[in-house]
Design a protein around this ligand. Sequence first.
Ligand code: AMP
Length: 207
Amino acid sequence: MSYRILLLGAPGAGKGTQSEKLAAEYELDHVTTGDALRANADMETEYGTPRSFMEAGELVPDPVVNEIVKTALSNADGFVLDGYPRTLSQAEYLSEVTDLDAVVLLDVDDAVLLDRLTGRRVCDDCGANYHVEFQPPETPGVCDDCGGELIQREDDTKETARERLEVFVENTEPVVTHFRDAGDLIEVDGEGTPEDVFERIRDAVEA
Ligand code: AMP
């Protein structure tokens, strides 16, 4: 089954982790604007580079992100979309370029989000995610999968993580409300182990 799934949730809700699992389970493309922007952080646009927005925890302007999503989705049969839309105008654009089969919101308490973000470590080589406390690697600072170096994302420091959570409340909660009002939102408890959360999502998507 070639699902078109949208995963919504605050920074730190587990969208990246759960998208990887969904992509593997259903053989879907994982389309994530955050990774795409990090890979093109120094691209010159008429608004400046993506890096300048990302390092401040602010949103990259809609036209830049919309273009990335349009290209990625036009190349995908089934997909799980993560990190987009983050504004109502992005949500409108998305509805023009594709139809969705499921919209899932990962619900996680604010205090848990901040702990997850500031403790997150990412492999500099393969992108695998860890957490210093909740999901530590076997050897501190070293990726279990590929031996690469684990680093902290520049926007996962406490101050920038807080800013990102505020940006979510201001810009992206209206997107959540938009899907909820349309009756399209499946709300899933995003706390607990990644495996538990995945089972909840899988049950919801298949129902
Ligand atoms: P993420 O990895 O999804 O947490 O995204 C990291 C950063 O990339 C965000 O804090 C934004 O600066 C930027 N970004 C990612 N997706 C979007 C989007 N849909 N709209 C605007 N900015 C985005």
